[in-house]
Design a protein around this ligand. Structure first.
Ligand SMILES: Cc1ncc(COP(=O)(O)O)c(C=O)c1O
Length: 408
């Protein structure tokens, strides 16, 4: 079974939008196009249901039900319980709140482990716990490849470590970290695990329940949805950490780490991401399946299509002497988020690509520590990042490779 790319693209209004014609989008790691199901729900919410939710009158009842539907259906796809999923304004704000909670729970002398591969969102707030006397240990990447080695983590783990934070996939290195293996190591040492899934989730929702981390975060605006952060918090840890919400909500797991009133419309619209998964599943498969299995089948379809295109991109960029490709070169072990260090500022090259109809970006992408560790000056050089998803077509990749021939 292979992905029906025409069907996929029909689900995204951006592909028939006249102002975007002729331009191939390769900055998806910054934020994806939004699927029609999400846009339709957002429009419906703002036109028909934009009232305080969860009251008896119809517009309110429907609004509240749609918010619950989003949480329930997304939790089912991710393989966790309904109340183990919550929504917050962004992943950065979700990790900030979590760091406050851990800061209250941990005692001086206890330790946490962070990486220098992460986007700043999943490392900066944790590192600040040092101000409260928490020991912060850094699990460092290989300065050549940018990859994390689980054996190095083993050397950092001991009885005092309470939390290990790492990315499912870095937004510049692209390597898919072995979450199950790393989680098992951390759990065996008695530590909790927080995984930043932001750069992985656009390439297929993970079966978070099976992967095993205690916390898993990602951002819906990169997974074809609205601007929300999704946070899986497994029950055992969620009820142990101090409540960060209103005191009278402390018994409700999904309210404990979202201290503000949530964005009702955007949460409701997140149900459109589940609609999209279902639409892809129903179009490609006949057998009825539970939400989690549908999600995994769609995940595999997306990955196969992406890997096929990524193989072409990797062979085009790895053969160039002037280009340093971050992360692994085999498509199978990475996401289609390809960062190139050019030995010169990347932003002007991204600007040059625009003339060839390529939308891509240059800079540090908030992975400043990772670039520094690899010897790349984040400020004056940065990387050119070419990132795509399952909705990217062969002709767009051809357009990219032709443009790179001219601009690199
Ligand atoms: C890997 C990774 N983690 C975290 C974030 C932060 O997500 P948000 O913008 O939802 O705060 C980003 C954003 O680009 C990211 O790429």
């Amino acid at each position: 079974m292979s992905l029906d790319i025409d069907f996929v693209r029909q689900q995204f209004p951006a592909f028939s939008e006249s102002s975007l014609q002729g331009q191939a989008f390769f900055e998806n790691a910054g934020g994806s196009y939004t699927c029609g199901a999400v846009i339709d729900r957002l429009t419906r919410f703002y036109t028909q249901r934009k009232v305080q939710p969860y009251s008896a009158y119809e517009a309110s009842r429907l609004g509240g039900e749609e918010m619950d539907e989003a949480r329930t259906r997304m939790a089912a796809i991710l393989g966790v319980e309904d109340d183990e999923l919550s929504f917050g304004p962004s992943t950065t704000q979700n990790t900030y709140v979590l760091a406050q909670a851990f800061g209250q729970m941990l005692t001086p002398g206890e330790a946490i482990i962070v990486t220098n591969q992460d986007h700043e969102a999943n490392t900066g707030p944790w590192r600040r716990l040092a101000d409260r006397g928490i020991e912060v240990r850094e699990w460092q990447i290989d300065p050549e490849t940018g990859m994390l080695n689980p054996e190095d983590l083993e050397d950092l783990l001991d009885d005092s470590v309470r939390l290990v934070c790492f990315p499912h996939c870095s937004n510049v290195v692209g390597h898919i970290n072995p979450v199950t293996e790393i989680t098992a190591l951390a759990h065996a040492a008695g530590a909790f695990v927080c995984v930043d899934g932001v750069s992985y989730a656009p390439h297929g929702f993970a079966d978070v329940g099976a992967l095993g981390p205690d916390i898993y975060l990602f951002s819906a605006y990169k997974t074809y949805g609205p601007h929300q952060g999704l946070m899986v918090m497994r029950r055992a840890l969620g009820m142990l950490l101090p409540n960060q919400g209103h005191f009278f909500n402390e018994g409700s797991l999904y309210k404990r780490f979202t201290p503000a009133g949530p964005d009702h419309a955007q949460i409701a619209a997140c149900a459109g991401m589940a609609d999209y998964v279902d639409a892809l599943y129903d179009h490609h498969f006949d057998a009825p399946a539970a939400a989690n299995a549908r999600g995994m089948a769609v995940h595999d379809l997306m990955r196969d299509h992406e890997t096929q295109l990524l193989t072409q991109v990797m062979s085009a960029v790895t053969g160039r002497n002037s280009v340093r490709v971050l992360g692994p070169t085999e498509a199978a072990s990475r996401a289609p988020t390809v960062a190139l260090a050019l030995g010169r500022p990347a932003e002007p090259v991204a600007a040059e690509l625009v003339k060839h109809g390529i939308m891509a970006g240059g800079g540090d992408f908030y992975a400043v520590r990772a670039l520094q560790a690899m010897g790349i000056d984040p400020e004056n050089e940065g990387v050119l990042r070419l990132s795509f998803t399952h909705y990217t077509s062969q002709s767009e990749v051809d357009q990219l490779l032709n443009a790179l021939d001219t601009c690199l």
